[in-house]
Design a protein around this ligand. Structure first.
Ligand code: GLY
Length: 331
């Protein structure tokens, strides 16, 4: 039996899937006891994104409402922040590495399970759209650095200076006493990760970031790593991450959340378990933030983070709202 058919059949019947419940330490088939939410004209389409990116989420919602598919809507949404010069953690205007070079990371994943990614790209603003080009127009999943940049020009992307006067000034100030200490909830934003369900009920997502401010040259975070910064399985749901990418990568956080949902957890339970995996292994969690948002095939949404201050945007039934998220560190 083909993989997708097998998954569909087993999710419908509630039979345990590829992972045993005990192996994943989750509550077995808890959703079976709940009244499943039905996706109707009133609840579709949906867009959610990390942080309070009101305009980005509204853009995705508007695209979905006019019938754009989930992937293109997510890309159109995150582009709002890639082009926002005031956003110092995404796209043009993003903080540079410690050498003063702005390098961007992004990935996309669609409802067929196809994906594309670019890492450490300079001089290109719309890296989520570039990741889609990698997915569609190359035999590869990921392109890095100069190769990704050259590919971008071949596809008609324009060369832009991503270092704004303000980012340059902030970097020069940082260099006076350079410290490599992550700031929790930096200016209340970080990576933008977006998940959309379109009018057909299909799920896709995009994730884009300039990564940690003043990172080492060549450093790549979780945002372009399929399974870490973003993962989608159209039969189950999707998840995206924001925060300290190194910790997300060590636990393959977004893939973990989708697998936990496959095994019966709600999006909320799955996000909480993914955060617990990190804090239970890492005594230094007080020094960094990690946050996840997730959506399942029924349209239920979950979110959880380590520290107070993370919010997400939810577009549903023409309403675009900012939602405060529960957190682990209540000490
Ligand atoms: N989550 C963004 C990064 O660590 O690069």
């Amino acid at each position: 039996m083909k993989r997708r058919k097998f998954i569909k059949n087993t999710s419908l019947t509630g039979i345990g899937l590829a992972f045993g419940a005990s192996a994943l330490n989750c509550k077995q088939n808890k959703n079976e006891k709940q009244q499943p939410m039905t996706l109707t004209k009133d609840t579709l389409p949906k867009a959610i994104c990390t942080w309070g990116f009101v305009k980005a989420n509204a853009k995705a919602g508007a695209e979905l409402t006019k019938g754009t598919n989930a992937l293109d809507a997510a890309i159109a949404g995150v582009e709002v922040e890639e082009e926002n010069l005031k956003n110092t953690t995404v796209g043009k205007g993003g903080a540079p590495d410690r050498e003063g070079n702005v390098t961007l990371d992004a990935c996309v994943m669609d409802s067929n399970g196809d994906c594309g990614a670019v890492v450490c790209v300079e001089n290109i603003t719309n890296v989520a759209a570039l990741a889609k080009k990698v997915m569609e127009d190359t035999p590869h999943v990921m392109l890095a650095g100069e190769g990704a940049e050259e590919f971008a020009y071949s596809q008609g992307f324009k060369r832009e200076n991503l270092l704004t006067d303000n980012s340059k000034k902030a970097w020069e100030e940082w260099k006076k006493s350079p410290k490599y200490k992550p700031i929790i909830n930096i200016e209340n934003h970080d990576t933008i990760g977006m998940l959309c369900i379109d009018k057909d009920g299909d799920i896709a997502g995009a994730c884009t970031s300039s990564g940690l401010s003043y990172k080492m040259k060549g450093r790549v975070g979780d945002s372009p790593i399929i399974g870490s910064g973003l993962f989608i399985d159209n039969e189950i749901g999707g998840a995206v991450a924001t925060g300290m990418g190194e910790e997300v990568m060590k636990t393959v956080g977004s893939f973990l959340i989708v697998e936990l949902m496959r095994n019966g957890m709600s999006p909320q339970e799955a996000c909480e378990e993914a955060v617990n995996r990190i804090v239970s292994k890492n005594d230094s969690y007080k020094d960094f933030q990690i946050a996840y948002i997730a959506i399942n095939k029924s349209g239920e949404v979950g979110a959880y983070c380590i520290h107070k201050g993370f919010t997400y945007m939810k577009y549903e039934a023409d309403k675009n709202e900012n939602v405060a998220v529960d957190y682990f560190n209540k000490a």
